[in-house]
Design a protein around this ligand. Structure first.
Ligand code: HEM
Length: 342
């Protein structure tokens, strides 16, 4: 169906957006000093709802703008990522939220020292929540390898890809008020590396029960050089991370990625690129021909209002509503590493 909307943004337009994303990554007041990790998680959760059998879910649509998906407990905390990107959307109103969320993650991975991920634009934004996938499609960190296979095979990934994707846990941290788990996986959580696999193999991880009843695995790195007066921070692994060690098909990939950073970077770039394409159907020229795009072309949702008058959904105000308390909360985040570099 013909549409007056442009099919997709040009690469010159995208370069400008990438620059704007680069400029917002450094956030000294937030977590470990970078918005990068939570942006990577936003893109992953936007795409990771894909179900290959029904061809529903995936990175088209930016469904997390709606309470139905944004309010899923699995997505707790991702409002921070969406609020970080709101000024970029304001500056470049033509970009779709769906493209912006994915592109921001690609920029973040690269800026944090990771590989270049091939990326194509053209995602559209849903105009209502009727195509938002059901909740419950994202992984549960308290489970093991059977669950990981159940979730990731559904998206069309294999064992090697599951292990490579899990390497994103080089980045960022768990937050007690989001997932209930606590802490970071590696000492430098804003630098993309293969350290996650090395620590998985090297350290003697001990099970720890948190006050909320969740179990995670912890290790204190006594060797690490600390500033005077600084306490060593416990590192952590989720039960799903540990299952990569105990599973006979996953473990050889953990060992290979621990030894060979270049191999991990190449495989991560490929699999993360594949993740961000989930749910998109492209024609030979790269245009997305999903039903919702054919109807509307490159349909960019309006920027959300900054006034917090309607607390839910894409209608006016969701981001205003989301962002105002978050800004205050962000200010309260301890400057764990004041001015931490990306
Ligand atoms: C294998 C199954 C996975 C499970 C069970 C899982 C679970 C989790 C949990 C519980 C958190 C902590 C959230 C919080 O409290 O803020 C987290 C954080 C994170 N995850 Fe995963 N995840 C998985 C796969 C992935 C994948 C495939 C990626 C990306 C390719 C990814 C990227 C991240 C990042 C970057 C963070 C840090 C976010 C931040 O610092 O705010 N995860 N994950």
């Amino acid at each position: 169906m013909p549409s007056s909307n442009p099919p997709a943004p040009s690469s010159a337009q995208l370069e400008e957006v990438k620059d704007a994303v680069r400029a917002l990554l450094h956030q000294p007041e937030y977590d470990d000093g970078s918005a990068g990790p939570v942006l990577v998680r936003l893109a992953w959760h936007s795409a990771g709802t894909y179900d290959a059998a029904s061809k529903t879910g995936g990175s088209n649509g930016a469904g997390m703008r709606y309470e139905k998906e944004g309010g899923d407990p699995a997505n707790a905390g991702l409002a921070h990522a969406r609020a970080f990107l709101e000024p970029v959307k304001e500056k470049f109103p033509w970009i779709t939220y769906a493209d912006l969320w994915c592109l921001a993650a690609v920029v973040a991975v690269k800026e944090m020292g990771g590989p270049e991920v091939q990326w194509q634009g053209g995602r559209t934004d849903f105009t209502d929540d009727s195509k938002v996938p059901p909740r419950g499609r994202l992984p549960d960190a308290a489970q093991g390898s059977d669950h990981l296979r159940h979730i990731f095979y559904r998206m069309g990934f294999n064992d090697q890809e599951i292990v490579a994707l899990s390497g994103a846990h080089n980045l960022g941290r768990c937050h007690g008020d989001r997932s209930g788990f606590e802490g970071k996986w590696v000492n430098q959580p804003t630098r993309f590396s293969n350290q996650y696999y090395r620590l998985l193999l090297q350290n003697d991880w001990k099970k720890k029960k948190l006050a909320n009843g969740l179990e995670q695995f912890v290790y204190v790195d006594e060797e690490i050089e600390l500033e005077e007066g600084e306490e060593p921070e416990e590192l952590m692994m989720l039960p799903t991370d540990m299952s990569l060690l105990s599973d006979a098909a996953f473990r050889p990939w953990v060992e290979r990625y621990a030894k060979d950073k270049d191999l991990f970077f190449a495989h991560f770039a490929a699999v993360f690129g594949k993740l961000l394409e989930l749910g998109l159907v492209r024609d030979a020229s790269g245009n997305i021909v999903n039903e919702e795009n054919v109807e509307g072309g490159y349909q960019s949702a309006p920027k959300k209002s900054d006034t917090a008058d309607t607390p839910r959904d894409q209608g006016k105000g969701q981001i205003g509503h989301e962002a105002a308390p978050l800004q205050k909360e962000n200010e309260k985040f301890q400057k764990r590493k004041d001015g931490a570099r990306l």
